[in-house]
Design a protein around this ligand. Structure first.
Ligand code: ADE
Length: 235
């Protein structure tokens, strides 16, 4: 998968892309992330990229010319249309695991991280194919949401995560939260790891995990369950 990320703060996004799973995904050639500075397409001597909103009010809006020039140049370089041109914005479609799963099947994505008071509506109307929010809160720019989206997608690409089962067994992957995990020591400050997890009985372990996934989902996120599954607890 190739991801092009357009931002006014390229330095802000570089470090997270150079660590852990995102770095490994790129080292293995499974994900390519290219960061582009919108200011390179800025207007005039001062490389202007934003302006005051028509109609007044606070904040600045990213002008259409730099965004059109940038997106069209990247599109030309790619030599084919992007599968999706995604604008990160709090008024977009909320990112969920099913949306991440669907987007992870794409080959080429262009992400636009807005800033200030957002981007000119004409860019959204003509070039953007999808608008994604990472939740009902407002951040100061789309850079962190873009990184969240990239991380959520990269870990779903086959080969990125060592354990093939790991991404599939995550919380939300089948609509349930994850089960509690323990490691050594078996006893720590009078707190014991449940005996069944040390029993070696695979059937019993699977059952314990399912029961705890369901119980945790019932108490923390009953909204994820059909009404008939919301009652009853293991306690
Ligand atoms: N930009 C600012 N806040 C955002 C959010 N919650 N999701 C996506 N992009 C954003």
């Amino acid at each position: 998968m190739r991801i092009d990320l357009v931002t006014v703060l390229p330095d802000l996004v570089r470090s997270p892309l150079e660590h852990s799973i995102l770095q490994r995904a790129q080292d293995k050639g499974l994900v390519e992330v290219h960061v582009h500075n919108l200011r390179d397409w800025g207007l005039g001597r001062y490389r202007q990229i934003d302006d005051a909103p028509y109609g007044g009010g606070g904040g600045m809006v990213l002008r259409p010319e730099p965004l059109f020039a940038c997106i069209e140049a990247l599109q030309d370089q790619l030599g084919q249309p992007y599968d999706e041109v995604i604008y990160l914005t709090p008024d977009g479609e909320t990112l969920t695991q099913p949306l991440a799963n669907a987007l992870s099947l794409n080959e080429n994505l262009l992400l636009i991280a807005g800033h200030y008071k957002g981007i000119d509506q004409r860019v959204r109307d003509t070039l953007v194919t999808r608008e994604v929010s990472i939740g009902d809160y407002v951040l100061s720019g789309g850079e962190l949401p873009a990184l969240v989206l990239i991380d959520a997608l990269a870990r779903l690409i086959p080969g990125v995560i060592g354990d093939a089962n790991s991404a599939l067994s995550d919380s939300f992957q089948d609509g349930l939260l994850d089960f509690p995990s323990y490691t050594r020591p078996a006893e720590f400050r009078d707190m014991e790891v449940p005996a069944v997890l040390r029993s070696g009985d695979h059937g019993a372990i699977l059952e314990w995990r399912e029961v705890h996934r369901l119980d945790k989902t019932r108490t923390r996120r009953p909204d994820l369950l059909p009404p008939s599954d919301r009652e009853e607890s293991i306690e």
